[in-house]
Design a protein around this ligand. Structure first.
Ligand code: DGY
Length: 324
């Protein structure tokens, strides 16, 4: 008698050629139209499934898990897993996995792209040109802030933060950071001699401050009006982490009042929705959560998520298990 394969939901559209290897282990349900499931739809799609490959758009909590006795593995194509209630996963014996490491360098590249675009007012200047407003060159025309020789501040010095810091060597920057725990002397050396400082010093001394910390109840609204008030008026703030780390209303007010010079934002608290007042601001660069979006890296993230579910199908421990 041929045993039927366990069922797996692939909750978002992705590279079909990468998914092909899953057919050896699972009966797949795909979502190639890339419809974002409501909580009710997700519950319905997950009935009878052993596992799911998803992204940050899938919110996994106790209310959902208690209705899914067959679910054993949820595997997100992201390093961030703030959409998973890990305690509930453990309670319902569901393994939760993420896709770390493979995106560090690509995400760090993008943090730099946002920092440079913000400091040198690239989006604002391009809009000006496209609007046909360029009539003459001027000495104080679109002047911005230098990257080279400036002080780079990093809040959250995990693997992505360290990859961001390493790039500072080529620009002769000084690097300071704040993190829950201090790096080892060797790690600081490798991160372009990054200097550990308290959060207040980080805010006061950074010319460009990049947020690279994970989102949790502890990091929620780490940047509010109080923190923005400590920053230099010439400083820029870059967020490639999660939107909820910043209080958007406070940031909008700071940008309107030119309390800081600019912001580069790849993430938003309730994305894909974001506060409409951002659109009226010239001193922001806004991108739709694409920091890890190079083809090579996104494929690597997908492969990592696949390896985690295949491990479970083989009765092994998934390599990126979060709730050990
Ligand atoms: C991540 O990996 O966490 C990225 O932000 C994509 O969600």
């Amino acid at each position: 008698m041929k045993l039927s394969k366990p069922k797996l939901l692939v909750a978002r559209a992705m590279f079909l050629d990468e998914l092909a290897c899953l057919n050896d282990y699972f009966e797949l349900e795909l979502n190639q139209e890339d419809h974002i499931f409501s909580p009710e739809e997700l519950e319905q799609r997950l009935q009878g499934k052993l596992g799911m490959i998803c992204t940050s758009s899938a919110k996994i909590n106790q209310a959902l898990l208690m209705k899914l006795p067959e679910l054993k593995i949820i595997s997100t194509i992201a390093v961030g897993y703030d959409n998973f209630d890990l305690q509930a996963c453990t309670q319902y014996r569901v393994m939760a996995t993420n896709a770390p490491d493979v995106l560090n360098e690509t995400t760090a590249d993008f943090a730099w792209a946002l920092m440079m675009a913000t400091a040198r007012r690239v989006s604002e200047a391009e809009h000006f040109l496209r609007a046909g407003e360029w009539k003459k060159w001027g000495v104080d025309f679109f002047v911005g802030a230098d990257i080279h020789g400036a002080c780079l501040g990093i809040l959250g010095m995990g693997r992505i933060g360290q990859a961001i810091a390493r790039r500072a060597a080529g620009f002769g920057m000084k690097v300071i950071y704040h993190n829950r725990s201090r790096l080892s002397a060797d790690q600081e050396l490798a991160a372009h001699h990054a200097r550990y400082v308290d959060k207040e010093t980080l805010l006061r001394e950074s010319d460009h401050l990049i947020l690279a910390l994970p989102y949790s109840s502890h990091s929620h609204h780490s940047i509010t009006a109080a923190e923005l008030a400590l920053m230099k008026s010439s400083a820029t703030l870059i967020n490639i982490a999660r939107g909820g780390i910043v209080n958007d209303l406070d940031l909008i007010q700071a940008l309107q009042a030119k309390r800081i010079a600019g912001a580069g934002l790849d993430v938003f608290e309730n994305e894909p929705r974001f506060h409409p007042d951002f659109l009226a601001l010239k001193n922001v660069v806004l991108t739709p959560h694409i920091a890890s979006a190079s083809e090579r890296t996104r494929r690597a993230m997908v492969r990592r998520a696949i390896a985690n579910v295949i491990a479970v199908a083989r009765g092994e421990t998934p390599p990126d298990l979060l709730n050990r």
